[in-house]
Design a protein. Sequence first.
Length: 209
Amino acid sequence: MSARETVLGRVRDALTLAHRPDVTVPRDYRTGRTLPDGERLALFVDRLMDYRAQVHTCTADRTAEVIADVLRERGARKVGVPAGLDRGWLAAYDGEVREDAAEIPAPQLDALDGVVTASAVSCAETGTIFLDGSADQGRRALSLVPDLHVCVVDLSSVEAGVPEAVARLVPQRPTTLISGPSATSDIELERVEGVHGPRVLDVVIRTDA
């Protein structure tokens, strides 16, 4: 028997012998909050910018134009996209577009200059974007390995608070939460970006979608 199995066995024995009273977990969360579109947008943008994300607002008919401008400004000549992304969003982009697939090893994604995805839902209060692995968002590695992530968010998918946003998710789907570019701090609180995800996050918010 390995040391790991020994330790886990002792933990299981202790739990079996311990008295564990029934616990009722309160579920009276504050729910049902709403905000007018303008206020919800302003709050969401404020939170995103606080996280050092770059925000671009546009109407749905300008999606391709804005994405192309963002990729051009970032110098992205080779971008990855999930298989289900609306290719019309890349119609104005003159670089190379590579469709992702499960059989592509994650390290190969590092050769991409960036990635463009859609999103499932977002939370204005926390500035958090939720990806759920849908066809237009792709696998988790696609949004974590490339250094640039251009994420399209429809204002209609932005909820005021966390409970409202979570209620729109499908629990069985893999969920990735994004709150700004990847960043952490060392022991001296020096901010370091790009440690476990993209250093650059550009959010394209479609205000009429």
